[in-house]
Design a protein around this ligand. Structure first.
Ligand code: MTE
Ligand code: MO
Length: 396
């Protein structure tokens, strides 16, 4: 219901009567003719070939992001004909004794099921603010979501297959095809060190929010790894290789999902050997209510709320400022539903008099690291922008 209100930007009287299958018409005329299958037409489309779209922050006003509001980031062409009955997952690589292939039914029958709410954020979320600009989708704030995933633990599967002591990394392969049309070219194949792969929360999932995964988010099978750049969560999953060295698939090297080892002046040409792979994502928060531009009625009291996350860590403090960062007020901050899920925060604000204000939000993680007010370190591909989210409000 919070979502319904968020979509139309107003309390929906009789919201309890609103049918699940419908979308509200909405007061804004932001209709797109050919929307993304299974997605709200209020996502902001950054690219249609292939689909890439983000969620405006005010639509992320839920603890569990509804499926039709989760962002889409495609590097290649998603598979069009998906045969679930015959879909298989192969576990291979230097560090398994013998490759084994499972059908989805087998995965469902042979292993315990687990559900976790996981924050997936694209490494390039916030890229649009960097200067000099970086190539790639110009993400604002909305390439992030926290949905509920259900499947089996990768560690249970790897235990059954048996992995050698020399295993150091895993890499995924999916069924999407390269934009060039070359059938032999792999779109993207990334992974994580074996330690992260064996965490309880690392799942091979077939469901998102208790339903089949939406086509654009990886139907029918997906690797999901919370807290790290979402590029490690392979969609349309067909194979996982257990490697005896750092995985070297497409988009593991060069400048892809990597940042300079040391801070560099903006615009620096950084050699590949000076770059390191992005692991846990930095502390960050968004204001999901009110929507920027809100007019606050006379009296000046209103609620501000949002979500905060910090990669593998927990967020331990959430603050806002209405006076451009001079004074900060602590907000209420909920625990995550489980490890690696984002945390809801909220507070009541009273504006002292009529006029223009900005609400600035700042999260701090369990190690005491806070979000910067200004852009964090420039890097060639514009990753890891976790600068404070600001919204404008006006008291009438
Ligand atoms: N097979 C495959 N997996 C993929 C991608 C892709 O293009 N192909 N994109 C990755 C990137 S860069 C991100 S940010 C997330 C996006 O997940 P979503 O589209 O479900 O939001 O999926 C990751 N997994
Ligand atoms: Mo991404």
């Amino acid at each position: 219901m919070a979502t319904l209100a968020a979509i139309v930007g107003s309390k929906v009287v009789f919201a309890e009567n609103f049918p699940d299958e419908l979308e509200p018409i909405g007061l804004e005329t932001n209709q797109q003719d050919d929307g993304i299958p299974g997605k709200s037409n209020q996502l902001k489309i950054l690219n249609s070939k292939p689909w890439n779209a983000e969620t405006p922050p005010h639509l992320l006003d839920d603890e569990v992001t509804p499926s039709h509001l989760m962002f889409v980031r495609n590097n290649g062409i998603p598979p069009t004909e998906v045969d679930v009955q015959n879909w298989t997952l192969t576990i291979d690589g230097e560090s398994v004794n013998k490759p084994i292939t499972f059908g989805i039914k087998e995965l469902m029958n042979d292993f315990d099921h687990h559900s976790y709410n996981l924050t997936l954020e694209c490494g390039g979320n916030g890229r649009s603010e960097f200067n000099p600009p970086a190539k790639g989708n110009q993400w604002g704030l909305g390439a992030v979501a926290c949905t509920k995933w259900t499947g089996v633990r990768l560690k249970d599967i790897l235990n059954k297959v048996g992995i050698k002591d020399n295993a150091v990394y895993i890499g995924y392969y999916g069924a999407d095809t390269h934009l060039t049309g070359d059938p032999d070219k792999v779109v993207i194949s990334r992974g994580v060190p074996i330690k992260k792969a064996l965490e309880d929360e690392t799942l091979i999932a077939w469901a998102m929010n208790d339903k089949a995964i939406p086509a654009m988010n990886g139907y029918p099978l997906r690797l999901v790894i919370g807290g790290w750049p979402a590029s490690v969560s392979g969609k349309w999953l067909t194979r996982i290789s257990v490697r005896d060295k750092e995985h070297d698939g497409p988009k593991m090297g060069g400048h892809s999902y990597r940042v300079p080892k040391f801070p560099v002046p903006p615009g620096t040409k950084v050699p590949d050997d000076q770059m390191k792979i992005i692991e846990s994502m930095p502390v960050k928060s968004i204001i999901t209510y009110p929507k920027t531009g809100a007019v606050i009625p006379k009296g000046g009291t209103f609620e501000v709320r949002g979500n905060a996350w910090a990669g593998d860590l927990k967020v331990t403090k959430m603050e806002i400022s209405i006076d451009f960062g001079v004074n900060w007020t602590k907000c209420e901050l909920k625990d995550p539903i489980n490890r690696l899920a984002w945390q809801r925060w909220s507070t009541k604000v009273k504006l002292p008099e009529f006029g223009y204000y900005e609400v600035w939000a700042r999260a701090t993680d369990e190690k005491g690291v806070a979000q910067p007010m200004v852009l964090p370190g420039w890097n060639p591909k514009g990753y890891l922008n976790n600068a404070s989210h600001r919204i404008a409000v006006r008291q009438a």
